[in-house]
Ligand binder design. Structure first.
Ligand code: FE
Length: 205
């Protein structure tokens, strides 16, 4: 299974820089398009794409169905795809099941919908405890999962990456898809958080 993960060698950044310089000198790539790729993963793409996917799944039952059947194809409908995005699987939280995502060997992560993984996602502590003691780990994230809710841990690889569809919070009935997307956090799509009802939502809107 380890060959499914891309382990970065130490000094990887230096190697990349050296390769980039060589490729540029030989006219094989240009700096502008490289910068554009890096920028889009760092800032523009990021978890906002995933938030749009989740908000659409909450408001469009047909899309939700397609997302659960084939997430790669469903997110492509919204224009999301590309590197580190193949074989995406969406897993849905319910009252009975809470899903969380890890990459036990390295840091495989669905870039097109979540951007670059946070530091803690790559840490040994997270990677090992997510499997050994997921409930204890989630407690440290401030998330207490009720004993009768099953916790499912999904181990990512280069072959398969996961997006958690968090539960839609109460009190959001009148909200538009755009407003709902604003509520969706990165961590809720990794499964280390849930989404709180919006401030002031009494549950009767
Ligand atoms: Fe990995």
């Amino acid at each position: 299974m380890s060959e499914n993960h891309s382990r970065a060698p130490s000094g990887a950044a230096l190697r990349v820089k050296a390769l980039q310089t060589l490729l540029e000198e030989k006219g094989l790539v240009d700096t502008v398009s490289l910068d554009r790729i890096i920028e889009s993963f760092g800032d523009r793409i990021g978890p906002r794409n995933g938030a749009r996917v989740v908000a659409k799944a909450w408001t469009d039952p047909a899309f939700r169905k397609r997302l659960l059947a084939n997430a790669t194809a469903a997110v492509a409908e919204l224009g999301f795809g590309g590197p580190e995005g193949g074989h995406l699987v969406a897993v849905e939280n319910t009252d009975r099941v809470h899903n969380m995502v890890v990459c036990t060997l390295c840091s495989c992560y669905p870039w097109p919908v979540l951007g670059i993984p946070p530091m803690w996602y790559k840490s040994f502590a997270y990677r090992s405890r997510a499997v050994r003691d997921p409930r204890g780990l989630l407690k440290e994230f401030g998330l207490e999962i009720p004993p009768d809710t099953e916790v499912r841990v999904w181990d990512s690889s280069a072959e398969q990456r996961y997006l958690v569809i968090p539960q839609r919070p109460a009190g959001t009935q009148g909200m538009t898809e755009e407003q709902l997307a604003e509520l969706v956090t990165r961590d809720s799509m990794i499964g280390t958080a849930v989404i709180s009802p919006p401030a002031g939502a009494g549950g009767t809107r």
